[in-house]
Design a binder for this molecule. Structure first.
Ligand code: TYD
Length: 135
């Protein structure tokens, strides 16, 4: 998969003086069925998360609170996305290396995943990823 498959998806936003509301419907706003949701929180300053690729997992990453960067590498080029809105998701297809850094205080990363957790779906060795991405 190449970087061109990565997309910023603007989610519905119901503006309300009582507080705003956003939502996500599988197949309607994102191109996969949601099999799992997880979130990352209490990230100490300066830490990095991710740093792997998925063979099958597609995902949507949302900065529910605060902000952070997602760096995507397709084996040839990389792109950095700054997420800081709770109504914006970053769609990441399978087969791409992704890392997250630059976390603000109290940031919360919401990840909607197309697969259940399976360690065998991870490529954690960067050199192996680069080799497989450039056959
Ligand atoms: P990992 O995906 O490596 O974290 P990140 O990429 O965000 O740095 O997951 C960290 C640990 O948590 C790892 O031991 C696997 C475990 N884990 C689960 O058990 N279930 C899950 O759904 C996820 C995402 C991780």
């Amino acid at each position: 998969m190449t970087l061109s498959g990565v997309k910023i998806i603007e989610l519905p936003k119901i503006l309300d003086p009582r507080g705003n509301l956003s939502f996500i419907e599988e197949h309607n706003h994102i191109p996969f069925k949601i099999e799992r949701t997880y979130w990352i929180y209490d990230v100490p300053g300066g830490q990095k998360r991710g740093g792997h690729a998925f063979k099958e997992q597609q995902e949507l990453v949302v900065a529910l609170s605060g902000s952070f960067d997602v760096i995507i590498h397709d084996g040839k080029a990389e792109k950095r996305f700054h997420l800081n809105r709770s109504y914006v998701g970053l769609y990441i297809p399978n087969g791409l290396w992704r890392q997250m850094d630059n976390f603000s205080t109290n940031s919360v990363v919401l990840v909607l995943s197309s697969t259940v957790f399976d360690e065998a779906d991870y490529i954690r060795d960067y050199n192996q990823f680069i080799k497989e991405a450039n056959p």
